[in-house]
Write a protein that binds this ligand. Structure first.
Ligand SMILES: [Fe+2]
Ligand SMILES: [Fe+2]
Length: 184
């Protein structure tokens, strides 16, 4: 059995590869087990939280970058993440997203989390890696939600979100490659 635990304080995720005795502790408190989603609103809240994280990432780095054009691009992305968040909030309040209960509880939270947590002291390259993985996870998440949507309008909404995240990921990858080559 492979269980995942997350620290509610620092965000560290731990995978259990062998069962032992005792409790997993991080930052001085017991870690929470990461399970499957329990309800549609939990799924949407998770998506909303991830959009907010992405928005903050782009805004934070837009202010730090020397490359003006890229900074402006990041501000645009932050605006797009904000629109995604608003879209999800509308989906949540509209309650038209009604996947079957089994589809909801089969969805594993850990499939949409990235395996490295951002830290305040990470450099631009490391931050890009976290961001690329998040965009990839977001892309997969929205594609999976699209497959669970019962009406066409909602399916299109999720597919459009997936496409925008794919576009973000591609832009970050291009930037990451430039960073790597400029160092050698
Ligand atoms: Fe987004
Ligand atoms: Fe994105």
């Amino acid at each position: 059995m492979n269980e995942f635990y997350k620290c509610a304080l620092c965000g560290q995720i731990v995978k259990v590869i062998a069962e032992g005795k005792g409790q997993l502790v991080c930052c001085g408190q017991p870690m929470d087990v990461i399970s499957n989603f329990k309800s549609v609103s939990e799924i949407l809240d998770f998506a909303i939280e991830k959009e907010e994280e992405a928005r903050q990432f782009y805004l934070e780095w837009a202010g730090k970058l020397e490359n003006k054009a890229l900074g402006e691009q990041f501000v645009v992305f932050a605006g797009e993440e904000n629109k995604h968040k608003e879209k999800l909030q509308r989906v949540k309040s509209g309650s038209t997203f009604k996947p079957a209960a089994k589809q909801v509880t089969d969805l594993k939270i850990v499939d949409y989390l990235v395996d490295i947590a951002p830290t305040p002291e990470m450099d631009y390259q490391e931050a890009l890696i976290v961001a690329m993985r998040r965009e990839k996870a977001a892309f997969k998440f929205y594609n999976d939600l699209a497959a669970m949507a019962q009406d066409d309008g909602l399916r299109e909404t999720f597919l459009a979100l997936a496409q925008e995240e794919a576009k973000h990921k591609l832009r970050l990858e291009t930037e990451y490659e430039k960073e790597i080559y400029s160092e050698n």
